[in-house]
Design a binder for this molecule. Sequence first.
Ligand code: ADP
Ligand code: MG
Length: 653
Amino acid sequence: MAREASASCSICREGVCATCGPVLDRREIAVFIVAGLLLLFGILAVYATTWTLAGNLLLLAAAVVSGRDLLKTAAVSLIRFRFSIAVLVAIAAAGAFLIGNPAEGATVLYLYAIAEFLEEYAAGRAERSIASLLHLAPPTARVRRDGTEVTVGVEEVGVGETVIVRPGDIIPLDGVVVAGGSSVDQAAITGESVPVAKGAGDDVYAGTQCIEGYLEVRVTKPVKESTIARVAALVEEAQAHPSPTETFIERFSRYYTPGVILAAAVLMIVPPVAFGVPFLEAIYRALVLLVIACPCALAISTPVSMVSGITTAAHNGVLIKGRDALEAVGRARVMVFDKTGTLTTGRLEVEDVIGFGVPEGEVLAIAASLESRSGHPIAEAIRRRAGREGIVLDEVEEFVSTAGRGVRGRIGGSVYTVGNSAPSSGEWRSVYERLEAEGKTVVLVGTISGVIGLIALSDVIKEEAEATVAALRARGIRTVMLTGDNERVGMAVARRIGIDECYAGLLPEEKVAMVERLMERYGIVVMVGDGVNDAPALARANVGVAMGAIGSDAAIEAADIVVMEDEISRVAYLVALSEKTVSVVRQNVTSAVVVKLGIAALAVLGLVSLWMAVAVGDMGLSLAVIANALRVGRPGGAGRQASGDWPDGRAGR
Ligand code: ADP
Ligand code: MG
């Protein structure tokens, strides 16, 4: 997996480094030392002694040793008639030898090999830290089998078995707590280092750490399907998909390399013919141009920045599933939020129950019975209230649930509905409007013939919602809220939070249509929702962000970007990170182009030597671009909104 960024840079390293790893191994060091010594003695022999032939042979050996991978790749490319960067460098080195400049020819190959290696190493660093996500989960687990505790490899633990987790242990597999209790540090997955209390019935995840208590966990997923493994797999996949900028650079290079060769040919012929420049000198300048033209720095600039951004985000509990998503967020000017469960906690409370010709208890009993099969936050609130009042639920038949509308079913001989569709107008209307005016979500409980009751619920706005919207505005991002709830509640929430635009009373398909309209009006649209109720709108938007997705595989699957923790401030973090990534990419591409053009101009005038071209125009530039890209993952600029700590690795460890 550590090969993604390099694999995507097809121009630079197509095949060059297919087998060598980014980790410095002994063999590689030995090769560098041997080649370096050959080069040194060769240069000494040629310039400081009279053993020119021996010196030339030493330099040839140095060239072959340090350029062996590159020369192989160049040969393969030429056979397939593809002009890769390897071809450019090989031509330049061979040319230097042919025109009697073996010291420079060998130096070019040597420096190039070192540059190549350093790039690999730096790029690999970002990727390896994704692999480190996986290593957070321990390789073994303590399982209770036949009454005794045995330690076995995590692959051998079956779903349904019970694992024992002691204080300080990292939980080995995803599961449900069946006994014991502890606070658990979930930073590995959520990026949030404040521990969460876990007791019987709570979900726990592989890679998270049991702090002080003892837990018995019934395993619910095999190790390969654990949340952390999926996150790592998805991030890995994301790193492999090029973003639009990268695709552009790759396409550009296809015409670029042959173009450069043509330009070099012109430079070799025109000055001697037109201006009387010595022929060998003209060839030399053309070779310098070939080296300068190496688009390595350009090609590597974007993937490294992207990988750096994606990796940092993953360590902060934000799973970005594609480089294009990261780039799109950085460019978006509008952010669309779903209301319930995204800007509000979604933990509704029943405030009022009102009956029309029916006792309140019966209204609640009918509603709770119907809602017993729905997973909507409204349903949960109604069930909870009924539970508190000790109401016994009735059997429901012919149950139907309609997204954005409500539920219907038959109890005994009659059909009832709970939701927002009103069969007719009636005495309930004024009460309904009064409750709505209080900012409550009101659902109607009805029969075929009319409304028999109202249930009013209140939701709580998330603490961070207002600050997040303000932070987005400060970045010039317009905020829009979509809700299936009524207009009055919607507007009240939007005003409180400071949302710019609000559209209420929308059915799920109308939310999708709204997202489409916003895309027409504003270009790139990022939609933030809970990922379950809002899946269609998330899918339709340019980028769908699912909040609080930990524990919901469906949400992790559905969205382009997944925020593990249900913490709205992470959205502002995500935007800051994306903007920083996009700006680093821009800086890298611009500076690479400017420096290359500058050096190329000097080369045409004969002011740059071959080895300088490699050291500055290729190696130096590539390294500068990589160093800049790694900045994305460092503190400053894109710091976390809520808690100030920016983990290069993870918070709190
Ligand atoms: P939001 O856009 O705020 O997330 P939804 O689209 O999930 O809201 O639901 C919109 C409206 O549909 C709710 O305000 C409610 O009136 C009605 N509704 C949806 N599901 C249910 C349910 N299970 N019980 C009662 N009403 C429901
Ligand atoms: Mg919703």
